[in-house]
Design a protein. Structure first.
Lengths: 117, 113
């Protein structure tokens, strides 16, 4: 079955510091990959997606992610953290060949990002 | 434009009761999904509709759970004989397109006492 691993359930950074949230997926055929952000008591908002067009994907709010097939990774980065970035971030996958469908999303467990002043 | 809406935002019920959770997708989206998010976990797939039919209900945990989408728009998730373990946030998403982007509603927080 398809799976997504997010290393680090909690990441804490200082305001202005680099944000790096890790995501690894299980599939030898590149799937579609997504990053979602969830603010407290809100639904999931799509940050960015990888759909095989370009390996470096730019999203909203200054976030970007790089697809690395050799590492089966899709890590999320932002050069300079803002206080407003504090939220939970989920990596998700669909498609690929590890028993994945082309519609339902399989999510990681999430990484809570804290930004310190 | 309007996003996905879900009602109620919060539902508190007693063990053994029946509940219905409603989802209004983005207009024109043919695909609709239900997910369940337990505390500290990522969302887990429950069911997928394409139009009026349930194309995949493999994520429904047991036969107490049922969902309908009679006119291909609004969907209702129905839970019979609720149990305390059903307490979670139930998320609805709609989408489409070749990359299957899914747009999520704010969720319904269900608490079973």
């Amino acid at each position: 079955a398809q799976s997504v691993t997010q290393l680090g359930s909690h990441v804490s950074v200082s305001e202005g510091a680099l944000v790096l949230l890790r995501c690894n997926y299980s599939s030898s055929v590149p799937p579609y990959l997504f990053w979602y952000v969830q603010y407290p008591n809100q639904g999931l908002q799509l940050l960015l997606k990888y759909t095989s067009a370009a390996t470096l994907v730019k999203g909203i709010n200054g976030f970007e992610a790089e697809f690395k097939k050799s590492e089966t990774s899709f890590h999320l980065t932002k050069p300079s953290a803002h206080m407003s970035d504090a939220a939970e971030y989920f990596c998700a996958v669909t498609g690929g060949n590890s028993g994945g469908s082309n519609y339902k999303l399989t999510f990681g467990k999430g990484t809570l990002l804290t930004v310190n002043p | 434009g309007a996003g996905v809406s879900q009602t109620p935002s919060n539902k508190v019920t007693e063990k053994g009761k029946y509940v219905e959770l409603r989802c209004d997708p983005i207009s024109g989206h043919t695909a609709l999904y239900w997910y369940r998010q337990s505390l500290g976990q990522g969302p887990e797939f429950l069911i997928y509709f394409q139009g009026t039919g349930a194309a995949d209900d493999s994520g429904l945990p047991n036969d107490r759970f049922f969902a309908v989408r009679p006119e291909g728009s609004v969907s209702t998730l129905k839970i019979q004989r609720t149990e305390r373990g059903d307490s979670a946030v139930y998320l609805c998403a709609s989408g489409g397109g070749i990359y299957n982007e899914q747009f999520f509603g704010p969720g319904t927080r269900l608490t079973v006492l």
